[in-house]
Design a protein around this ligand. Structure first.
Ligand code: EPU
Length: 430
């Protein structure tokens, strides 16, 4: 069992370099299956979701080589396998992009229903709607998505009922090699949607409109390969900015696209922080005490749901009462029970959480319920008085590269320790 031991109470100060965007990388890696040739991708973050996806590609016959810490070369031209390894695929969310890629390349796919963070129900009906519009027949059999087209997919119009990041990306991936034109309406506009489109175009695809509500994909017969560099991670950068704000510190996040952080820095300004923007860096200087604010999470360019637990920690320490409305998921407040262990005053009612700011959090044993909730527990521990022990940190390591060293570089007192698993109680039944 791996734990993080956090000794809090010290403001974070200094500069941290942001890694490549997880949610772009986890779409680009499966999309490499579409390419009939080699592609080299730079700025891939060193996180467990990336390794799981690469392992799956290799198991399916891809040749993958690590060229440097963050650069990988993919050659999927010899892949013939259309079934992904079941156990690995059902562990993570992004395995569903393998379905779009396999369908686009081979006209068939068998991939386990995806896993990922537990925020209540996370259906994939809009993904299925996209593939079916392109001519596939999709069934769920034995926990797997089984999709068959029997031939090349055919371009079509797809109207998404909600701005789903996953369904936008999956439809785009499936449409790249289809016959004719696909038009995705009510498309998601997140930076990683645009990054995937840029990646596909640099490999020879013809995608336009990414970053707007309407994306047009003109099918091409082949993707030839090439070179690409992934954008910096908006949410990783936002997490370090919030950590600086919660601890009363001053931190510069470098290797970022400041525009992608506007939705986050706007809220930090409202909470009393000073924000300074540079060409590829953003600095936050926290005030002596944060001020209250309200936030509603929304698709980009709204405030990201993936920053909701982190800002909740800042609100817990702010002067006054703040309100969070979760506008994307049904159930993303499970971590609030963990914050209560540290003394936070927060009440959840459905999709709304009312946070009453207090003077101080107190260190406690807590769990990382999911990736971003885990990051929030680390921030809370850094801001708290005393020692916080964060369990279930594998969730955090799915998405944050080298978080311990990066935080230590900012002056944090945090260590990663391995504890023996607790023995099962005598007489315990299975
Ligand atoms: N939805 C449906 N049907 C669908 C697809 C989505 O009802 O077919 C609903 C979802 O249940 C949710 C909303 O639509 O209520 C939006 O979901 P979306 O499809 O946009 O989310 P996702 O693609 O499953 C990605 C990120 C998440 C991030 C969301 C929102 C990846 C691998 N995951 O998930 O990232 O929260 O977009 O921005 O890209 C994270 O990085 O910590 C993370 C959870």
């Amino acid at each position: 069992m791996t734990q993080y031991i956090v000794r809090g109470g010290t403001p974070l100060n200094g500069t941290v370099t942001i890694s490549g965007a997880k949610n772009a990388a986890v779409a680009i890696i499966p999309a490499a299956l579409l390419i009939d040739g080699k592609c080299r991708v730079e700025n891939i973050p060193d996180i467990s979701d990336v390794h799981d996806l690469i392992d799956m590609l290799v198991a399916m016959g891809a040749q993958v080589q690590r060229v440097s810490d963050s650069t990988w070369e993919f050659d999927c031209s010899h892949v013939r396998q259309t079934k992904a390894p079941f156990g690995q695929a059902r562990k993570l969310r992004a395995s569903y992009y393998l379905i779009g890629a396999l369908l686009g390349r081979f006209g068939q796919a068998e991939v386990a229903m995806p896993g990922g963070c537990d925020f209540g129900s996370r259906p994939i009906d809009q993904h299925i709607k996209g593939w079916e519009a392109l001519g596939a027949h999709v069934e769920i059999i034995g926990g797997e998505v089984v999709a068959r087209a029997g031939q090349r997919l055919t371009g079509s119009g797809v109207y998404l009922d909600m701005e789903s990041v996953g369904a936008t990306i999956n439809t785009m991936i499936a449409a790249v090699l289809a016959d004719g034109v696909t038009i995705i309406e009510n498309a998601a506009k997140e930076p990683h949607v645009v990054d995937l489109a840029n990646f596909l175009n640099s490999m020879g695809a013809r995608v336009s409109g990414a970053g707007t509500d309407v994306i047009k994909v003109r099918g091409v017969s082949r993707l030839r390969g090439g070179f690409y560099s992934i954008i910096p991670d908006q949410i990783e950068a936002g997490t370090y900015l919030m950590a600086a704000a919660a601890t009363g510190g001053s931190v510069t996040v470098e290797n970022v696209i400041p525009k992608h952080l506007d939705c986050i820095t706007a809220k930090l300004r409202e909470m009393g922080c000073r924000i300074t923007e540079f060409d590829d860096a953003v600095r936050v200087d926290a005030p002596a005490r944060l001020r209250r604010t309200n936030v509603k999470t929304m698709p980009y360019p709204g405030f990201p749901t993936d920053m909701q637990p982190q800002i909740a920690v800042c609100m817990s320490l702010a002067q006054g009462t703040s309100i969070i409305t979760e506008g994307v998921y049904d159930h993303r407040f499970r971590y609030v029970a963990e914050l209560h262990r540290m003394g936070a005053q927060a009440q959840v009612d459905g999709k709304v959480c009312v946070v009453e700011g207090i003077d101080m959090l107190a260190g406690a044993p807590v769990k990382a319920c999911d990736l971003r909730a885990g990051a929030a527990m680390v921030i809370a521990g850094l801001a708290a008085q005393g020692v916080t022990v964060v369990e279930d940190v594998h969730h955090i390591e799915r998405g944050y590269e080298n978080i311990i060293d990066k935080l230590r570089g900012l002056g944090a007192n945090i260590t990663r320790v391995e504890q023996p698993e607790p023995a099962a109680p005598v007489g315990a039944a299975g």
